[in-house]
Structures are given as structure tokens and as C-alpha cells.
Design a protein around this ligand. Structure first.
Ligand code: PEP
Ligand code: MN
Length: 263
């Protein structure tokens, strides 16, 4: 179903009125984790002023260690909904368990499936029952074929609104958190008709790598960027080292818009 051969035009996915794909860029910004209402509100206002068209925030967090901050859960989701009412940006948040399928379907505009759940096939099948668009992140060590097959699981189960997100893969390099696979953008856009966006924050793991990799991604044809933005990265509960301050995000989007207008 995702195959470009049977669907030559780019798919355009509608996320509560924000179009993604074709010549529409998804500009998703926000903190790794929802920490408080004031935190999310401040970041959301700044991100929107910079030109972001969606707000991200993790409420349920897939942390490597069970002793790390696990997210605010339902309270976090409610904070996102409150901020959405004030700021008006559609919200993007990660779903980890089928237990929350109905709640996410009701409250979240774009449901994120994280790298660690890319091959949670039961969860993928259940996403097929929803009307909401799905943001499917690439697994830590997934090949293009495996990633596309995961999209097929969702599509074959009845939901064709899938956006792919490259977020870096595990390689032998340990200096960066992951290695951003820029080649995935043209390859996935050639093999499939789905929008392909890039998350340079989780790829590099360092805030100063976000700008060059975001620019390269858009130059390579990415349909959008998901970037972690935090008002106080030094004290963030999660992923502060890879988060941009709002001012840097604003500067970055100005450059991104120039690149997007020429490619
Ligand atoms: C995230 O975007 O919050 C996240 C946990 O990313 P990933 O699943 O790509 O590691
Ligand atoms: Mn994060």
C-alpha cells in the first residue's frame, strides 16, 4: 500500500488541518517530555512564533532506565490539550501501550510510535483501527524494508495516514547518540509515496548538530522536521543536551524556509 509504483503522487497527510507532504513541511517542535503546564505553554508560544505548525511533547516516555523520569502520563496529555486550547497548534505525542489507544485517538492529533515500538506488530495493527494520522519513527536498527513493512502493518489494518520519521540509527560510532541516515530520505521517498520527516535531535544527541543536520535534511527532500525545543535545556528532565533554546529554533527556521524555497 505504501509502494510508489501503485501510487505515483506524493501522499498528503492532514493533521487536524495542517498538511504534510507534497510541498507542505511539518515543523514539529517542543520538549522531549511534558514537565509542567507553564513549561509547555512557554515553549509552544515561542515555537509557534518561530513558525512551527505542530507541538510535540512526551507524556509517556520510553526511557532506557526504569529509574529515569518516565513522563507525567495522563496528566502530561491533559497539559498538552490545555496548551493546544491556548496556542492552537495540533499536538504530537508518543503512544507506547494499546491500553491508551482510545485516549490518544480522542486527544492527540498525530500519534507518534517511537523507535522502540516500530516492530510492536500488535500495536501497529491496532493503529489501523484509528482515524488519526500516525508518525512512525524508524527503529534503532531497522532496515528500510523493515520500516516500510511496519508502515504496511498500519495501512493494511485500515489507516493509510502514515508519516515516516528518520531519527538516526545505531552504528559503531559512539560520539553521536545515533547516526543520521540522510540517504533514507530519497530512498524512502522513491520507494513509497508517504511523507518522510527527520528528527535531528535524537539522531545526533547534541544541540549544535541539530542546525546542520536539519538543513541537510530539508535540502535532501525531507517533508518536515521534528525538533526538541526547551526553554531551560540545562535543567530539562529529559534530553536537554540535544534541545534547542527557542531563540536558536527561531534562527534555524528562518534558514530552513530559505532552503525549502529553493529545493
Ligand atoms: C521521542 O521522540 O521522544 C523519542 C523517544 O524518540 P525515539 O523513539 O526516536 O527514540
Ligand atoms: Mn527526547
Amino acid at each position: 500500500l505504501a509502494n510508489r509504483a501503485f501510487h505515483p503522487e506524493d501522499s498528503i497527510i492532514d493533521v487536524s488541518g495542517v498538511k504534510v507532504g507534497g510541498d507542505h513541511l511539518a515543523l514539529i517542535a517542543g520538549p522531549c517530555s511534558v514537565e509542567s503546564f507553564d513549561q509547555v505553554l512557554e515553549i509552544a508560544k515561542a515555537a509557534k512564533a518561530a513558525g512551527a505548525n505542530m507541538l510535540r511533547g512526551g507524556a509517556f516516555k520510553p526511557r532506557t532506565s526504569p529509574y529515569s523520569f518516565q513522563g507525567l502520563g495522563m496528566e502530561g496529555l491533559d497539559i498538552l490539550c490545555e496548551v493546544k486550547k491556548e496556542v492552537g497548534l495540533p499536538i504530537v505525542s508518543e503512544l507506547m501501550s494499546p491500553d491508551y489507544l482510545d485516549v490518544f485517538n480522542e486527544k492527540v492529533d498525530l500519534i507518534q510510535i517511537g523507535a522502540r515500538n516500530m516492530q510492536n506488530f500488535d500495536l501497529l495493527k491496532q493503529l489501523g483501527q484509528l482515524d488519526r494520522p500516525i508518525l512512525l519513527k524508524r527503529g534503532l536498527n531497522a532496515t528500510y524494508e523493515e520500516w516500510v513493512m511496519s508502515a504496511e502493518y498500519i495501512m493494511a489494518s485500515g489507516n493509510e495516514n502514515v508519516i515516516l520519521c528518520e531519527r538516526g540509527i545505531r552504528t559503531f560510532e559512539t560520539y553521536t547518540r545515533n547516526t543520521l541516515d540522510l540517504q533514507s530520505i530519497p530512498v524512502l521517498k522513491k520507494k513509497t509515496h508517504l511523507p518522510v520527516i527527520v528528527d535531528p535531535s535524537h539522531a545526533g544527541g547534541k544541540w549544535w548538530l541539530v542546525e546542520p543536520m536539519a538543513k541537510a535534511s530539508v535540502a535532501a527532500g525531507a517533508d518536515g522536521l521534528m525538533i526538541e525545543v526547551h526553554n531551560d535545556p540545562e535543567n530539562a528532565l529529559c534530553d536537554g543536551a540535544q534541545s534547542l533554546k527557542p531563540k536558536k529554533y527561531d534562527e534555524l527556521l528562518k534558514q530552513i524556509k530559505q532552503i525549502a524555497s529553493v529545493v
